[in-house]
Design a protein around this ligand. Structure first.
Ligand code: SAM
Length: 299
């Protein structure tokens, strides 16, 4: 890349970032080069988060996906790795459209009156929060009708992103869906009135990425919130670790998300087997109820 091109892309990255910071993303893209800039600077983080979130659906044998507000289709390699055969992207910005094998693009505002095509997985990746509340509920209603198995929503790991997710979570529950992750229950969110629920994924930066973002670190920590909802009741009994576990010499403590609220789980080092099993567990991972049954009575 020549220095001139690099500078121009960087400027575009800055103006896109500014619009997002000022919550003006709905103004849309203003220059054809912004599509490329967006793709180059956002794709690594989006893909890393998507990969992490969609790990929950590994082995579910899903073949069809619909993404609402797909941008440049950054989700494609991740979905492909999970064996999706048919992917439909609905995106209002025609400039993002590119030929990809097995992908159907619908260049359209998804708030217009039309039925979404059915898919086993319906995905909103960083798109729901760009809408005002009535528009969020309008698209969610249609998204639910299109969902054959799972709906996944990802938002930035900020208080605003979490707020968007909380509203969506309640709406999906009211409409008969079952929350499958990060909460394995439909009870009120234990983090509703405490610091927002979010997770973090470390993303390695390429040289180009460092130049575009103006940072010197070789990595960045992408903070995100998400929910996975299922049309069928969730049979798995798991508890998500909500913050970084505190490991001391003789004990380990972690905050777990349960249907009875956030619970502190403590394991003493003398419970050797259990301590060894769970001490490698990290923020965002989950504990299976089999592992801890008998140790904590309140679940
Ligand atoms: C932050 S980008 C996320 C893109 C992609 N999902 C990703 O994760 O990289 C949000 C995208 O949603 C699209 N979008 C927002 N509202 C939309 C609407 N009403 N109809 C269609 N696309 C929309 C925007 O044009 C933008 O491309």
């Amino acid at each position: 890349m020549t220095n001139k091109k690099e500078k121009t892309l960087k400027e575009h990255v800055e103006s896109i970032s500014r619009r997002y910071r000022e919550h003006k993303a709905n103004e849309g893209f203003q220059d054809p080069r912004e599509y490329e800039a967006y793709f180059l600077y956002r794709t690594p983080a989006t893909q890393a988060v998507l990969k992490k979130v969609l790990e929950h659906l590994k082995g579910k044998n899903l073949k069809t996906a619909l993404e609402l507000g797909s941008g440049p289709g950054s989700s494609y390699p991740v979905l492909k790795d999970l064996f999706f055969e048919k992917i439909v992207y609905i995106e209002k910005e025609a400039g993002f459209r590119r030929e990809i094998d097995g992908v159907e693009w619908i260049v359209r505002n998804f708030l217009e009156e039309f039925d979404y095509p059915q898919a086993e997985l319906v995905l909103y990746s960083y798109s729901l929060g760009e809408l005002d509340l009535p528009a969020q509920l309008t698209t969610l209603k249609k998204g639910i009708l299109a969902t054959q198995k799972y709906m996944v929503i990802i938002e930035p790991g900020t208080p605003k992103g979490f707020e968007t997710l909380l509203v969506a979570r309640d709406f999906l529950i009211q409409n008969g869906l079952y929350i499958q992750a990060p909460c394995y229950h439909n009870a009120p969110c234990p983090k509703k009135n405490s610091p927002w629920c979010h997770f973090s994924e470390r993303v390695q930066r390429t040289k180009l990425h460092r130049q575009l973002k103006g940072g010197s670190l070789g990595y960045e920590d992408e903070k995100y919130c998400y929910i996975i909802a299922s049309l069928k009741p969730v049979s798995e009994k798991k508890f998500t670790i909500l913050d970084t576990p505190k490991i001391e010499k003789h004990r380990l403590r972690m905050n777990l998300c349960t249907k009875n609220g956030m619970k502190i789980f403590e394991c003493k080092a003398n419970n050797k087997e259990l301590f060894k099993t769970i001490k490698k567990k990290q923020w965002g991972e989950n504990l299976n109820s089999d592992i801890i049954s008998g140790v904590i009575p309140f679940f």
